[in-house]
Write a protein that binds this ligand. Structure first.
Ligand SMILES: [Zn+2]
Length: 146
């Protein structure tokens, strides 16, 4: 995932530790795949549909920055042209430009604020163990017998 997701934190409901989520962990959460807590090694999963929706909407926010930049540039250009044609005064053009820049920064600030979220991860009982882990467990047991 992109840099925009790096502000997302996870809170382990079992050991009560909040930690920054790595991109692969975010991917796992987005796919509803359980993963191990880095501290207590319990299998964690996001059970809150609201937080899951919030997380998935981050992908849309990643597109917000470039599209806002284009939008602001267009607004500034339009203000310039309208002033040049003579529809608004120079002061009017300045005002329109300032408002466009203000909206630009407010939107990005709001987006950044939304990125700073903490997901509450519940410990779940792994009903179906992943085959790789089972294999590793069996191999480890056999290795220990020797
Ligand atoms: Zn934990």
């Amino acid at each position: 995932m992109t840099e925009t997701t790096l502000g997302v934190k996870g809170h382990c409901a079992h050991c009560d530790i909040t930690f920054a989520l790595k991109p692969w962990q975010l991917n796992a959460i987005a796919l509803n795949e359980p993963f191990d807590c880095p501290y207590c090694h319990k299998v964690l999963q996001l059970n809150c549909p609201r937080q899951l929706r919030q997380l998935k909407s981050l992908d849309n926010l990643a597109l917000l920055r470039p599209s806002m930049l284009v939008l602001t540039c267009v607004a500034l250009l339009v203000a310039l042209v309208v002033e040049w044609v003579g529809l608004i005064s120079r002061i009017g053009q300045l005002n329109v430009s300032l408002v466009a820049i203000l909206i630009h920064f407010l939107t990005l600030r709001h987006a950044r604020h939304r990125h700073r979220m903490t997901l509450t991860l519940q410990a779940v009982n792994p009903i179906i163990e992943r085959p790789v882990e089972q294999f590793a467990g069996v191999a480890g047991a056999r290795f220990g017998q020797r």
